[in-house]
Write a protein of this length. Sequence first.
Length: 75
Amino acid sequence: MQRDGEMGIWFENMEKMDIQAERRNTAEARKALAEKEQELEDMKQELGETKQELEEKDQEILKLKEELLKLKERV
């Protein structure tokens, strides 16, 4: 059994890798991921603000409905 030659053949048949290109691709992918994560955080913040505005509008609607009922009772 020849173990030494087997490894040489295995590596010989591998595709050649451009390590610098792989590093660039990895760096670009990490940058894109960071940008998307920031975009997600911005969207979450905007969603929170929109929910707050919606809750405030709901409170305004409830107050207006109460005022309307009071006015109807007077009439």
